[in-house]
Design a protein around this ligand. Sequence first.
Ligand SMILES: Nc1nc2c(c(=O)[nH]1)N[C@H]1C(S)=C(S)[C@@H](COP(=O)(O)O)O[C@H]1N2
Ligand SMILES: [Mo]
Length: 415
Amino acid sequence: MGTEQSRESRHGEIDAILERKGGGVRETRDEADKYTVVGAASRRTYANWLTPIEEHFVCHRNDIPDADADAWSVSLTGDLEGRYALSELKDEFPTVAVAHTMECAGNGRGQHRPETGSVQWGCEAAGTAVWSGTPISSVLRDQLEDGSDGAWLTAIGGDPSDGDDVFARSIPLSKALDDCILAYEMNGEPLPREHGFPVRVIVPGWYGVNSVKWVEELRLMDTMVVENSLDRPGEHAYWQQEAYRIHPADVEPESNETVETGDTWEQLETGEPEHPYTFDQTVMSIIGEPDGESAVTAPEDGLIEITGVAWAGDDDLEQVEVSTDGGDTWNAAELFGPDYAGAWRLFRYDWDATPGTHVLVSRATDDQGRRQPMRISNPDAWRGALEADEFPWNEGGYAANAVLPNAVEVDVESP
Ligand SMILES: Nc1nc2c(c(=O)[nH]1)N[C@H]1C(S)=C(S)[C@@H](COP(=O)(O)O)O[C@H]1N2
Ligand SMILES: [Mo]
């Protein structure tokens, strides 16, 4: 297919997504005119626990496959064998639902200075949906031997890659068996095409890139995907070993067969491996209301409720603090609402507001005591940034969870 022609069909496809999505939506692409990304969340999205499909961001690079659910199957390969039709996956195994806060690893990329490449997200690329499907552990259990410790499960997407590497991502088998599912519904609806119809992987609490859409193969190996791991054309390792790695400018990340931990923050702190993989999400919070779009009139008692969401990947959240003076002083917020592993929690703080302009900021800490840093560092700081309460600027603009870039400026008017 000629480039012009595929671009045209691509733009049509994006228009169709935009039509289905609600307000606050825009499309962005990278230099190669690839990447369908639709920033669907607005500030207000973060004042609610459940993200409606229309407000859930979309992110992928290739065209959406034209999938026929009746003909779709998932093959088991590597140290596994077999193949399941979608109907078998649905009917022969238990159905479960998981609540998952999905954040694109590039969320906050647009907050890096100098700018990094690719899509300049603000904080729109996160959402919480309830995904239903089949536990991966149910599908694999017959075939697993006791010695599967340390193994990796690679999911391969059926999106056409036009001669580039197929979209393949590996996660530790232990994580896959713990809580991952093959999802065929989102918020009780059949999976929308752009979210992976007819079936996708959901990896609760991990960056979106790990949740492979349009999944057609699950491969069990002793290593994660490295070059030439798959029975596929191409070199295979781009999406695992090159893209979505956290590293300083002008560095090519090293390829690893395995790593000790799927905890992205621990990789960053310890330098093992040198260039972390974007696996579990780092601790993060966003204020949803007030949203700064219009002035707020203080009620008679002066109390304005500040509401937002906070999450910590597959770790638990310990606390959330709110500042109403741009980060100079902090107050404890109250956590409320649903409390599911892998999904964000709502927080609120009753603010005794005075008329004027105020800068509201939120800051979350996970159960291992790791707190969101204040700002993104300069490009030279790399891992040393953490000691200065900064998040390391990195070339791909990944995993940014700094506090100040997500501040909201609010005008309060007298009652
Ligand atoms: N097959 C396939 N799966 C994919 C991608 C892709 O390009 N191809 N993009 C990933 C990325 S980077 C993200 S952030 C999530 C986004 O999921 P969503 O579009 O349902 O929000 O899908 C992931 N799964
Ligand atoms: Mo992403």
